[in-house]
Design a protein around this ligand. Structure first.
Ligand code: GLU
Length: 507
């Protein structure tokens, strides 16, 4: 395999629905891969069986598909490094753990969970919280560094449970250059001896992640900032294996809209916006969390919003096609500090994308819902609806908000009526106006406007005395698209009966 080719991976754990931060990580990986003609892999990191959530993996695949940022290799896509699900790679990890033991970079530890628990409690009681299994304490524990070799051998022979821990050296400096953060320096004294291989025969995240990144020829690890504390261990592990480490880029956090802390999975609906790309039903509780897709966000608008949540172009361009994203994206232009999520701006993006969609496509998009609502309409009519409603719409279904475009107004807005309807004259004015309308041969916005002008002149009336009445009669309200536009769309055969009905109702 050509190792100079860019290969990046998105490596979620199927512990629940994908958070929008996860989608952003996937997006940045995708863009980086495409920009450099590389590969974008999807690896499922499911070594922690206790946190496995049914449906999560399918959700991840569906979410990436909806967003249009599909991997070209990985779970669901296949490839030369298959399998890409870590639980299916289980047999390969043990040898790597043993390799580190043989090289003196790892050791067997036999301490039982109960023993570890007791030590932690004793340490707490002695006012030394955060006890760690590390380069100092390991010498007082039950492991292959402290027990005689023959005892270690016989324990393993007789099947005593053990874990394999990384032997973190003392007094060493770990440094690596993060593409986003620059030099990151850690002292090994701050790091503990992490478990690499568990007593159940499963690798931990750390071992599986490093082994897979290496065997899958990953060149760049682009992931969330929450993994930065693990990076020094990973760098040390590459050193121990004598493998070339990939380059790292740790993405800044996505913050709550008020900037107070990380935007978490729990924040979503609580703060009035989704945090998940797709709706999610918790298999255990049955609770539903809303999704961008179901709320009516267009996937491209969602991606565009995520693009700018952490990355910025050199100019102030805001709207990007996927091709433009690929062309302009660079890891160097990702900021170091967290980005506040802005739900209003997210709506704005949706609005922009909606406005740029072909009218016909929008009409087709809302047709099924229109039918469901019992409106007897065709797609051509809906194109007209789109034309009238687009200006104010944020979501596709907002286009159906003017129910008066589909049925007679059920009532007339009281405030509008009390302001504009004069008992003595309004009925007569409307009646005369409807007679004028009936006489029109062509019935479109232009002819209605012209008719209105001559009507006002003939009757010596002002626009403000007629237009609001016309609006009320057609729509029941004073807001929304212009009355002539509404009338032209409805057609003459619907307009005159509506005016008639209004006169009868309001007197
Ligand atoms: N499995 C980790 C996660 O759930 C992946 C971290 C990484 O990309 O190294 O985010």
């Amino acid at each position: 395999m050509n190792t100079s080719k860019v290969r990046v991976r998105f490596a979620p754990s199927p512990t629940g629905p994908l958070h929008m931060g996860g989608v952003r990580t996937a997006l940045y990986n995708y863009l980086f891969a495409k920009k450099h003609g590389g590969d974008f892999l999807l690896r499922i990191e499911d070594t922690d069986q206790t946190r496995y959530v049914p449906g999560a993996e399918t959700y991840i695949l569906e979410a990436l598909k909806w967003c249009g940022i599909e991997p070209n290799e990985g779970v669901g896509y296949g490839g030369d490094c298959a399998p890409y699900r870590q639980s299916e790679r289980k047999p390969i990890y043990k040898d790597y753990a043993l390799e580190l033991v043989n090289k003196g970079w790892a050791y067997y530890a036999f301490d039982t969970p109960e023993e570890l628990d007791t030590i932690r409690k004793q340490a707490e009681a002695a006012k030394m919280p955060n006890w760690q299994y590390n380069s100092i304490s390991r010498m007082t524990m039950k492991n292959s560094l402290t027990l005689p070799a023959d005892e270690v051998e016989s324990r393993i022979q007789q099947g005593d449970p053990f874990v394999i821990r990384f032997k973190m050296p003392r007094n060493e400096e770990v440094r690596f250059q993060d593409i986003i953060r620059g030099w990151v320096v850690f002292s090994t004294n701050e790091l503990d001896d992490k478990v690499l291989y568990k007593s159940d025969g499963m690798p931990t995240y750390h071992l599986a992640n490093i082994v897979d990144d290496h065997t899958m020829s990953i060149t760049h690890v682009i992931r969330g900032e929450e993994w930065l504390p693990s990076a020094p261990l990973h760098v040390m592990m590459y050193r121990a294996f004598e493998w070339e480490a990939p380059l790292f880029a740790h993405l800044p956090l996505i913050l709550k809209p008020d900037g107070n802390g990380k935007l978490s999975k729990r924040d979503g609906d609580r703060l009035g916006f989704p945090v998940f790309p797709l709706e999610w039903k918790d298999p255990e509780t049955g609770n539903i969390s809303s999704g961008y897709r179901e709320k009516g966000y267009l996937p491209k608008a969602f991606l565009n919003m995520l693009l700018l949540l952490g990355w910025a172009p050199s100019n102030n361009q805001e709207i990007f096609t996927l091709e433009e994203m690929i062309e302009t994206f660079s890891l160097e232009r990702i900021g170091k500090s967290g980005s506040k999520f802005d739900p209003e701006k997210t709506k704005w993006f949706n609005q922009q994308y909606l406005r740029n969609m072909p009218r016909r496509a929008l009409a087709e998009m809302i047709l099924p819902t229109a039918k469901e609502r019992g409106y007897d309409v065709c797609v051509e009519y809906l194109e007209g609806v789109v034309e009238l409603m687009l200006e104010r719409a944020v979501f596709p279904l907002d286009l159906l908000e003017g129910t008066y475009l589909f049925e007679d107004p059920k009532s007339y807005d009281e405030e509008a009526v009390s302001k504009k309807w004069k008992k003595e004259e309004s009925g007569q004015i409307l009646l005369d106006w409807s007679i004028k309308l009936q006489s029109l041969e062509t019935f479109n916005v232009e002819s209605i406007d012209t008719a209105m002008k001559s009507f006002l002149a003939e009757k010596n009336l002002g626009m403000g005395q007629v237009m609001p009445l016309f609006r009320i009669a057609l729509t029941g309200v004073l807001t929304g698209p212009g009355a002539a536009q509404v009338a032209a769309l409805l057609g003459k055969e619907f307009v005159t009966p509506r005016i008639q009905k209004c006169i009868e109702t309001l007197g």
